[in-house]
Design a protein around this ligand. Structure first.
Ligand code: ADP
Ligand code: ASP
Ligand code: MG
Length: 426
């Protein structure tokens, strides 16, 4: 008998039939003697609908109230799932985040989990209940409802698993594992049986939305075994097959790791580029530009400064696309004159494409191969950043899918003929 956390995403909870299937799957695990805690997302589309509704009423909604609204999708899901389990004759209890409690900081719409109460869940489990806890939502120290950022139910699930010292956290979703890239963009993408924690962290942070980045961070910090697998298979399939299916995130680089140089290609359409033209090339200027942007709570991603000509240079950096207008406003009001920039340009038509792989450490020439591949398709690279295990480029967004496909092919990431099959949900 083991304590196992299951997480079901929006598509997995996408209709009454799918919710009943989730209940059947849980019932199978329960019948095998396991203690199960379930963390469901809102029904697919529901969080979007709630946020759109809020914005129809108030174009720039108050973040505290937005969280009150956006969190309700998950509350509906826990109730529905508990009912479906009870209909199968299984004892189940549903909880909202504040009831557990899942305590977060007060950063509405992107709160971080600080602690999770164990007592209520553990006593329910001891009384043979399946415990169902809302994903995505928590409560701050003042009792305000918070949410964890889009895709945050992954983080709720891994954090609950860490708090309960669960044996495994199973992330059930609409693909049957982590692929070499998003199979919606490259149908030839191949499922990885295992992926190292470090690579998963890079893939998630560079845009692979199969797992929210913070869930991977939690998994690493608390060494939670996480497996990504499909919720769209037969819910009554053999437990021994299901428990080994999907993709396992591993913490050891062992003999099971595939020996590829590049493990996956990630992409992100959420970036925007800002360029300050004609900036004096003097000590302290980078700080004067970046300081006020950071003070406005805007995260900066890539930064590049050109060679100076006649004492001036161009300085570019990227921010989240949603922060572009705010960042430009800060720069025009607080930076342009004090730094003496000639012009400030914002460009939302960019995307970031990244190649990730721990094999890069022991191979040279990967960057050259990447740049050559992009140049063959006439794709101009605007910015580059590298780490030990990744290379990222900023390109014009209309070339993003072309770049992903070309790199996926160039690094030979495709499935073998007759290889892994793919089941994608609606
Ligand atoms: P859920 O609602 O279950 O949380 P998400 O839509 O958040 O599901 O994440 C699953 C989706 O992530 C897949 O449908 C797929 O399109 C996308 N995805 C992006 N990159 C990858 C990848 N490398 N491997 C698998 N899926 C990926
Ligand atoms: N329902 C939330 C969202 O759509 C959280 C999640 O699905 O993980 O972002
Ligand atoms: Mg998700």
């Amino acid at each position: 008998m083991a304590l196992i956390v299951h997480k079901y995403g929006g598509t997995s909870m996408g209709s009454p039939e799918r919710i009943r299937n989730v209940a059947r799957r849980i019932a199978k695990w329960y019948a095998a003697g396991h203690q199960i805690v379930v963390v469901p997302s809102a029904i697919s589309g529901e969080t979007n609908r709630l946020i759109a509704l809020a914005k129809e009423v108030s174009p720039d909604p108050d973040p505290r109230e937005l969280d009150v609204i956006a969190s309700t999708g998950e509350q509906v899901s826990v109730g529905l799932l508990a009912m479906a389990l009870k209909d199968l004759g299984i004892k189940a209890r549903s909880y909202a985040g504040w009831q557990v409690p899942i305590i977060t900081d007060s950063a509405f719409t992107k709160a971080r989990i600080e602690s999770i109460g164990r007592d209520r869940i553990m006593s329910d489990l001891a009384a043979a209940n399946v415990v169902i806890v809302t994903g995505f939502q928590g409560m701050d120290g003042d009792g305000n409802i918070t949410t964890l950022g889009r895709g945050g139910s992954d983080t709720s699930a891994v954090a609950v698993a860490a708090a309960l010292e669960a044996q495994e956290c199973l992330i059930y979703t609409d693909v049957d594992g982590v692929y070499t890239t998003d199979p919606r963009i490259v149908p030839e993408a191949r499922r990885l049986k295992v992926v190292s924690f470090e690579e998963m962290l890079e893939l998630a942070s560079l845009g692979s939305k199969v797992l929210q980045i913070r869930s991977v961070e939690f998994a690493g910090k608390y060494r939670v075994p996480v497996r990504v697998l499909s919720s769209l298979t037969d819910p009554l399939m053999s437990l021994s097959v299901e428990s080994k299916s999907g993709t396992l995130i591993t913490f050891e680089e062992d003999e099971h790791m595939e020996q590829a140089v590049i493990t996956g290609i990630a992409f992100n359409r959420d970036e925007a580029k800002i360029t300050l033209l004609g900036v004096p090339d003097r000590p302290g200027v980078a700080y004067k530009i970046v300081g006020p942007v950071a003070a406005a709570n805007i995260d900066i991603d890539m930064i590049i400064q050109n060679q100076s000509v006649n004492g001036t240079t161009d300085f570019s950096f990227t921010v989240h696309r949603n922060d572009l207008a705010k960042a430009l406003d800060v720069l025009k009001k607080q930076v342009k004159e004090s730094v003496g920039a000639r012009e400030i340009i914002g460009d939302a038509n960019v995307a970031k494409v990244s190649a990730v792989g721990i094999g890069m450490r022991s191979h040279v020439g990967i960057a050259a191969q990447m740049f050559e591949t992009l140049s063959r398709d006439g794709i101009n690279i605007q910015m580059i950043s590298t780490s030990e295990i990744k290379i990222s480029v900023i390109i014009e967004d209309k070339y993003m899918e072309l770049a992903v496909r070309a790199l996926h092919k160039a690094f030979e990431l495709e499935a073998q003929v007759g290889g892994a099959g793919l089941t994608l949900g609606a």
